[in-house]
Design a protein around this ligand. Structure first.
Ligand SMILES: Cc1cc2nc3c(=O)[nH]c(=O)nc-3n(C[C@H](O)[C@H](O)[C@H](O)COP(=O)(O)OP(=O)(O)OC[C@H]3O[C@@H](n4cnc5c(N)ncnc54)[C@H](O)[C@@H]3O)c2cc1C
Ligand SMILES: *[C@@H]1O[C@H](CO)[C@@H](O)[C@H](O)[C@H]1NC(C)=O
Ligand SMILES: *[C@@H]1O[C@H](CO)[C@@H](O)[C@H](O)[C@H]1NC(C)=O
Ligand SMILES: *[C@@H]1O[C@H](CO)[C@@H](O)[C@H](O)[C@H]1NC(C)=O
Ligand SMILES: *[C@@H]1O[C@H](CO)[C@@H](O)[C@H](O)[C@H]1NC(C)=O
Ligand SMILES: *[C@@H]1O[C@H](CO)[C@@H](O)[C@H](O)[C@H]1NC(C)=O
Ligand SMILES: *[C@@H]1O[C@H](CO)[C@@H](O)[C@H](O)[C@H]1NC(C)=O
Length: 583
């Protein structure tokens, strides 16, 4: 009934005005009255707040010295930014360049603070009912809806101008289930119970790792502190140091509780709403519904061996020869269970007059204890790097009692954020490395432009069970099954740049760098939707390959009026960049 009424409303809106169909804007008569907002507030038990940009107290005429000092002190803290509905982690997504609106902490006090892409209202959800009320309210009033969990999204999916936000950060449930059986309809037989963990929408990685680690457990999760687990991470696929042993995070999902566009709360698993289950495992956050909780497989908190190789050289050719020597061995390292990251920072200023190039490999071998075997595996890599760069690299192999120990040592509690960043990225196949073409990858990355601190991250997070899970039917980008390395080129931007300067840098990423990486394997592979160029062309093909048509169908069925539209998400091609008007 509700859906039918809504259909009429939408039809009326699209046919009556000659203008294109848009979400209701604050200056229009359709905008909810104060009384309507007050009713939403009471139906969400007083959890509705007005949202202001993070840096508002640092600008006239709202300047407030004490509050501004607090905002400045915490500006690089991802914990702080997670807990504020008016903040994102990457401040470029707080701005709205098309309208020349921004509110940065770095700009002068006299620069006015504009709302930008920061939502106008937020429901700080404590329970599923609050999410249902917010969804129904947005549908009824034709509002742009946004879901913010931690605000870490690199593609601008957790903010939109003039929107109503659902803030999931405070939903912190973690429960361990010794004998989890998916909820199945009466006519279907569910499998025997297994050990699992149910995670609320707001749980962040460091909270989960410390809770599970102290109980000898682990799940497939990301290498970060404050990134959420059940939001964008798992719904986009989720790569992990545990992936080689157990597959992608989305492969490990057993069940989702999710609020749909019609306001209903449903269970999605292999036994019911299996279309949604397909979509929520890789189809991307914010596109199909609001996940209230996810139940995922529990694994032991395995012992782990960590190997480090790093070096510092002057800028120039030998630096890249060292990188090539490393890339030559990645397949072999991965075949022995090695995962992890290599970071390249070719342009690292260390003083006013000196700039060096850094390489650091941190390879983790999960469920292994034999340090001698890892030393033997990596000794030739180290010596080939030495021959290439003419210097002895640092080399260390350490056994740790558990993966959670590694996470807490490596990660601590906060990620550094509050900065501005853009990516070019590509999934690089196992075949490329197998056929000895690692040098093509080296050549491609060495030809990119590196501003100070710009980095390449080589995430060795595929192979092993990620490849073996090829037969799992899910929305995940099928390219993951053939991948070995997920390569990201990260470019810093600065709040001091004008929007035009930023646009030029972004255009170069999209028109020069991504095509260069793509040309390594034309017509194959793709990119990871969560860590990609935010203006990726042909994003449907890059992020989902052959899965896109099915995801699009599920989207049309489950969200027929496009309540859940995010940048470069399933179905977003029908909307403008802000998700405000149909195109
Ligand atoms: C420091 C750092 C390290 C990272 N490491 C990894 C890694 O090791 N592996 C990896 O795979 N990725 C990694 N990422 C990328 C990460 O997966 C993405 O940034 C992801 O979008 C974060 O999801 P979030 O829910 O925390 O963020 P948000 O920005 O809050 O949300 C991301 C998207 O999901 C949607 N969403 C959020 N919550 C829900 C919900 N409950 N229901 C439906 N939609 C929702 C939002 O609308 C948005 O579209 C890393 C990111 C950072 C910043
Ligand atoms: C919602 O209600 C709470 C509790 O009554 C109140 O503190 C808050 O200011 C209200 N929010 C808005 C946006 O009016
Ligand atoms: C935040 O990080 C930037 C870039 O590293 C730095 O310039 C700035 O001083 C940091 N801010 C604080 C308060 O530490
Ligand atoms: C993380 O950030 C929060 C909020 O800014 C702060 O209270 C906490 O001390 C930080 N933790 C660490 C380990 O820096
Ligand atoms: C390598 O890393 C170690 C440990 O972090 C550090 O002490 C060392 O200076 C680094 N060496 C080089 C050559 O970069
Ligand atoms: C972990 O290692 C143990 C001991 O080698 C082995 O028996 C077990 O099968 C391994 N677990 C996985 C998931 O590979
Ligand atoms: C565009 O990118 C390429 C490759 O990174 C680089 O060589 C070139 O300098 C860039 N151009 C601009 C204008 O930034």
């Amino acid at each position: 009934m509700k859906a039918a009424l809504l259909a009429i409303g939408v039809l009326a809106a699209t046919t009556s005005a000659n203008a294109k169909f848009c979400r209701c804007q604050p200056d229009q008569r359709c905008w909810p009255s104060d009384d309507s907002w007050a009713r939403l507030n009471s139906s969400t038990d007083g959890n509705l707040v007005k949202v202001t940009p993070y840096a508002l107290p640092c600008h006239d005429p709202t300047f407030n010295e004490a509050e501004c000092t607090i905002a400045k002190t915490n500006s690089n803290s991802s914990s702080y930014r997670s807990s504020d509905p008016g903040a994102l982690q990457w401040s470029n997504w707080e701005a709205w360049p098309e309208k020349d609106e921004q509110c940065y902490i770095e700009t002068s006090k006299t620069t006015p603070c504009k709302q930008g892409r920061i939502p106008l209202f937020s429901v700080k959800a404590q329970e599923a009912k609050h999410i249902q009320e917010a969804v129904n309210f947005a549908a009824k009033h034709n509002l742009k809806l946004v879901i913010k969990n931690t605000g870490h999204d690199f593609v601008g999916r957790s903010s939109a101008p003039n929107s109503l936000q659902i803030f999931t950060h405070e939903m912190k449930e973690i429960s361990i289930l010794d004998d989890f059986v998916p909820t199945a309809p009466k006519n279907k037989r569910a499998p025997p119970g297994i050990k699992a963990v149910t995670l609320g929408a707001g749980v962040q990685l460091h909270e989960m790792y410390s809770y599970l680690g102290s109980r000898g457990l682990m799940v497939v999760g990301g290498t970060a502190n404050t990134v959420g687990i059940t939001g964008g991470y798992i719904q986009g696929g989720g790569h992990s140091l545990l992936g080689w042993l157990h597959g992608m995070a989305s492969d490990n999902a057993l069940e989702f509780h999710v609020v749909l566009a019609d306001g209903s709360l449903v269970v999605a698993n292999d036994y019911q709403n299996s279309d949604l289950f397909f979509a929520l495992r890789g189809g991307g956050g914010g596109s199909f519904g609001v996940v209230v909780s996810a139940t995922v497989k529990a694994h032991p908190d395995y012992p782990t061996v960590v190997a480090t190789i790093n070096y510092t050289t002057p800028i120039g050719a030998p630096y890249w020869d060292g990188v090539d020597a490393l890339q030559k061995h990645i397949l072999e390292i991965n075949d022995k269970g090695g995962t992890g990251f290599y970071g390249l920072v070719p342009n690292t200023p260390i003083s006013d007059s000196q700039t060096v190039s850094l390489m650091i490999l941190s390879a983790t071998f999960v469920n292994q204890t034999d340090t001698k075997a890892i030393e033997d595996l990596l000794a030739p890599v180290k010596s080939e790097i030495k021959d290439a760069i003419g210097l002895e690299p640092y080399f260390d192999v350490t056994a740790l009692p558990s993966l959670s120990t590694y996470y807490s040592a490596l990660l601590g509690e906060n990620d550094t954020t509050g900065l501005q960043i853009r990516f070019a990225s590509r999934l690089i196949s196992r075949d490329l490395f197998k056929s000895g073409n690692h040098n093509k990858l080296t050549k491609a990355v060495s030809s990119l432009r590196y501003g100070p601190g710009d980095a390449i991250v080589g995430a060795i997070v595929a192979g092993g069970q990620v490849s073996e899970n090829r037969d799992i039917e899910s929305g995940l980008n099928p390219a993951w099954r053939d991948a070995l390395v997920h390569v990201i080129a990260a470019h810093w931007m600065s709040p001091e740049m004008t929007f035009d300067q930023q646009k030029a840098l972004e255009a170069n990423i999209t028109n020069v760098e991504v095509p260069l990486l793509k040309s390594l394997e034309p017509g194959k592979m793709g990119a990871y939707m969560n860590e990609a160029d935010a203006d990726e062309t042909d994003f449907q093909e890059s992020f989902w390959g052959d899965n896109y048509p099915r995801l699009r169908e599920i989207k049309a069925l489950r969200d027929p009026y496009d309540l859940f539209i995010v940048r470069k998400g399933v179905g977003s091609e029908d909307w403008d960049d802000s998700g405000l008007c149909r195109v």
